[in-house]
Design a binder for this molecule. Sequence first.
Ligand SMILES: Nc1ncnc2c1ncn2[C@@H]1O[C@H](COP(=O)(O)OP(=O)(O)O)[C@@H](O)[C@H]1O
Ligand SMILES: [Mg+2]
Length: 301
Amino acid sequence: MIITCPHCSKEHSIDETRIPPNVKRVRCKFCKQLFLFGEGQEEKARENQIRKLAVSLSKGGVGKTTTAVNLAAGLALAGYKVLLIDTDTQGQSSFMLGVRPSAGLTELVTEELAPEECLFQARQNLWLLAGGKSLAGVKRVIDRKDFGGEMTLAEKISPIDNQFDFVIVDTSPGWDPLIVNVLFYVTEILIPVSLEVMTLQGLVEFLKSISSIQKYQPALGLKYILPTFLDKRVKNTTGILLKLEELYGEHVCKPIRYNVRLTEAPAHGQTIYEFAPGSNGASDYRDLVRKVSGNSKLFTE
Ligand SMILES: Nc1ncnc2c1ncn2[C@@H]1O[C@H](COP(=O)(O)OP(=O)(O)O)[C@@H](O)[C@H]1O
Ligand SMILES: [Mg+2]
């Protein structure tokens, strides 16, 4: 029997006959965390087929939206069915993709429209649940609940997410009930970290907030730390990168270099693969798509 660790997603091949019937928890030999085994695991395994990943950090301007959009678009190009959810009131994911959906996450949560009317197909294989100013309505729905408000998003999205291979959620800066909701829905977190000392401090604080959620949502795991804005000409960045690798080891992905093409693409409503396919930005995000999908052969032919 194959079981998957909900914390690090590593698979374990185990011989059920050698596990005593009263054993309910097992320890993952890779990440050393305990998780429930046995009943419910099968359901978890099915759920695990949909990868649900939040791109998040409390600090703004670190490359969250750029990463969410280009990761989602890259996975879609690779043939995966992807849902991109924008939970930021600025609604920049739509802008970056050059689309103007008339509905999105708000109408799904408030049930003003049927789910299929809230989903907007932005590219082949890529659907969007748009964010924007109307998300204030979502926050009101969450606030109105006396109990279980943190599960609002999960309850509304789960019925529609099973048709996708990946759900990528872009989050706003700061820390509020909507972000808590996102973290009760996803099982993986990708943290973009711009290579500055200030961001490292923000990272430590953010990881503390995440561990307060993990107590109630043990399936949530920090999966990837993505260094962004790498510029070898700027003093100190190499030092910060080494420090990240020392602290977070295999979670640290290959960095995204500073690339002016990434700043220009949104004004054209294009992903980096459309706007500048030969740029460093496109090449770095293709690497990230390979890492996240676990398929190292993508885009190589
Ligand atoms: N690797 C990069 N190189 C250059 N500019 C970038 C890079 N990543 C993001 N940007 C630009 O930096 C700004 C902030 O990025 P954004 O993705 O909006 O961050 P966040 O969502 O964390 O606030 C945007 O103007 C974006 O185009
Ligand atoms: Mg953003």
